[in-house]
Write a protein that binds this ligand. Structure first.
Ligand code: SIN
Length: 282
């Protein structure tokens, strides 16, 4: 396999590798290291069955079943379907998922380490995904800011995501009370250490982080807004232009992402995503 950076900001393309086939331990280790270094890995021209997608994903950890149970692929609860496609008038997946900056499952006590998304259908030239390098966002902060953030924690809350990012947009139905009961607010360090690279990364995101613990409300809002604006500046962001057959593996411990909603209901976009379980951030 070849692993080549795709931009000066983040990301590497892995070529000469068919991920539908079983991988040996050495290949898995190379991919793990590349992921921790580059934040996202792109594999082009892949063709996966659900079983192969799951088998590849499992080489990197146990798979989480998404809390939004209505959008799991029938027979394969490890695959979360993100799509605007309807069959017989019924959505085949969740439309409008992730159209705000976030890191997957940051609202859980043990958020996801990484997600692996396979593009089956994409509207030509539209429906891209933005990724931000949160190592670089942290490293570029002035020392006095790093010092201020050093021991701070932030609250992440799925109910907040529902209220601020989902409600009223008409793209997808809101999460049920039962789902929200399974996802109470959690606290995580504002700066986390990546368990594999040992590098520090900012770990707050506009879609799921509500406030800083022990900081006055208006100050917390101002500090978070400043961090969010900083983290999505051009210096840290790269755009993935999907083609059918792409697989993108992103590391939720050192990146954020945001899906762009620039297509309409006649443009079919169909993605399968596995979500790999992670550890308690430190
Ligand atoms: C997500 O997993 O947040 C959705 C990303 C996308 O659809 O591009």
């Amino acid at each position: 396999m070849n692993i080549q950076p795709i931009s000066p900001v983040l990301g590497a393309e892995v070529s000469a590798l068919d991920i539908a086939k079983p991988l040996d331990a050495e290949a898995v280790e190379m991919l793990r290291r590349a992921l921790a270094d580059h934040c996202i890995l792109v594999f082009r021209n892949q063709s996966l069955t659900p079983e192969q997608h799951i088998a590849f994903s499992r080489r990197f950890g146990s798979l989480a079943e998404h809390v939004l149970q209505d959008y799991l692929l029938p027979g394969f609860p490890q695959i979360y379907v993100i799509s605007n496609v309807k069959e017989d008038g019924k959505p085949v997946g969740r439309a409008g998922a992730g159209q705000y900056w976030h890191s997957d499952l940051s609202y859980m006590a043990k958020p996801s380490m990484g997600s692996i998304m396979y593009a089956l259908e994409v509207p030509p030239g539209r429906g891209d995904t933005l990724f931000s390098n949160m190592y670089r966002a942290y490293e570029a902060l002035p020392d006095h800011k790093k010092e201020t953030l050093k021991n701070l924690k932030a609250v992440h809350d799925f109910a907040f995501t529902q209220k601020t990012q989902i409600a009223g947009k008409g793209l997808t139905k809101p999460a049920s009370k039962e789902t929200l009961a399974k996802t109470p607010p959690v606290e995580h360090p504002v700066v986390r250490t990546h368990p594999e690279s040992r590098r520090k990364a900012l770990y707050v995101n506009p879609g799921m982080t509500t406030h800083l613990v022990g900081v006055a409300e208006d100050q917390s809002r101002a500090m978070l807004d400043e961090l969010f604006e900083h983290a999505v500046s051009d210096d840290f962001v790269c755009r993935h232009r999907w083609q059918a057959g792409d697989v993108v593996f992103w590391d939720n411990r050192c990146s954020m992402h945001c899906a762009i909603n620039d297509y309409d209901e006649n443009d079919r976009r169909l993605m399968w995503r596995t979500t790999i379980e992670g550890d308690t951030p430190f």
